[in-house]
Write a protein that binds this ligand. Structure first.
Ligand code: NDP
Length: 274
């Protein structure tokens, strides 16, 4: 029997922690698989993915900047949550061929509920950003029974475009001061550039959980601000990364791996790299 092959396709991709995560899941579940990084040229995602599957590959994760192209490539063969996101981060092969899914939102929901120690039902959430990551998580967030999601984005028109159902509301930054949100999620790429978002400090201080999808060896500038403002709890996106990987593993193999030890190992790896 040959070893089933999986991978993550991106550009760049050298930084991806996915091989470490999936190798750990495979060991834990006793499944024989190989998972590697696959660098695709910027104009070569489809050719790279097709070659991988033609050569017998069983599944890929898709990362920056190819998630929207992967969605178009999968055509009608996508799950409802990928369609809502307009992006694919996980491609699987089954008896009918290839199909695209999006596990980012499920990953965020699982991580938020783990950190809160309860379901998100009834909560008010503030979502910062209206790019690919924000759009990808809205559908799964809404399925949790959240009371409302306020969306704030630098380019307000993009927030308005995302607010397409009654529980979603596009808001401006200067209109949210004094409001109490249970959870604040930073889905902007501001932390990537080391930029802190300037939010009313009571919004951060009142939150039960302030979350930044970005992760790294140090707390992001946004989480630093949240801690200074007195947020009850803060967390970066490492947990989301591991949970979306677990969801992808489930899509491919029908087995849900445990994530706690893998998250702890990755955290230690990141901290050792400081
Ligand atoms: P996009 O490029 O699609 O969107 C970027 C968003 O950030 C836009 O809303 C943009 O606003 C906003 N933004 C960028 N710079 C600033 C700034 N200086 N001030 C305010 N807003 C800013 O990126 P993605 O949505 O794909 O990714 C967003 C973040 O989420 C990244 O940090 C990424 O690493 C992280 N992520 C983490 C994952 C995980 O598993 N932990 C999974 C996916 C993403 P505007 O529209 O006005 O330009």
């Amino acid at each position: 029997m040959t070893t089933d092959r999986y991978g993550v396709v991106g550009h760049p991709v050298a930084h991806s922690l996915s091989p470490q995560i999936h190798t750990a899941f495979a060991q834990q579940t006793g499944i024989d698989l190989q998972y590697r990084r696959i660098l695709a040229p910027l104009d070569g995602f489809i050719a790279t993915a097709e070659t991988f599957f033609d050569e017998g590959g069983r599944g890929i994760n898709v990362t920056v900047p190819f998630k929207i192209e992967a969605f178009a490539w999968c055509g009608e063969r996508v799950t409802a949550r990928a369609r809502r996101a307009g992006a694919v981060n996980c491609v699987a092969v089954d008896a009918e061929g290839l199909h695209g899914d999006n596990t980012d939102g499920a990953g965020l929901v699982d991580d938020l509920q783990r950190l809160l120690g309860r379901s998100l039902a009834g909560s008010r959430l503030l979502l910062l950003g209206a790019g690919g990551a924000a759009r990808g998580v809205l559908g799964p967030l809404l399925t949790t029974g959240l009371r409302s999601i306020a969306i704030v984005n630098r380019d307000h028109a993009k927030a308005v475009a995302l607010a397409d159902e009654p529980r979603l509301e596009a808001r401006s930054l200067d209109s949210i001061g004094g409001e109490a949100f249970d959870v604040v999620v930073n889905a902007t790429s501001a932390s990537l550039g080391g930029v802190a978002l300037t939010l009313p400090s009571d919004v951060l201080g009142n939150a039960r959980l302030v979350y930044d999808m970005m992760y790294g060896a140090e707390p992001t500038p946004f989480l630093f601000e949240a801690e200074r403002a007195g947020a009850h709890a803060t967390a970066d996106g490492l947990g989301m990364l591991v949970e979306q990987a677990a969801e992808s593993f489930f899509v491919w193999r029908g087995v849900r791996p445990r994530t706690e030890a893998v998250r702890a190992t990755l955290r230690a790896t990141l901290q050792a790299s400081r």
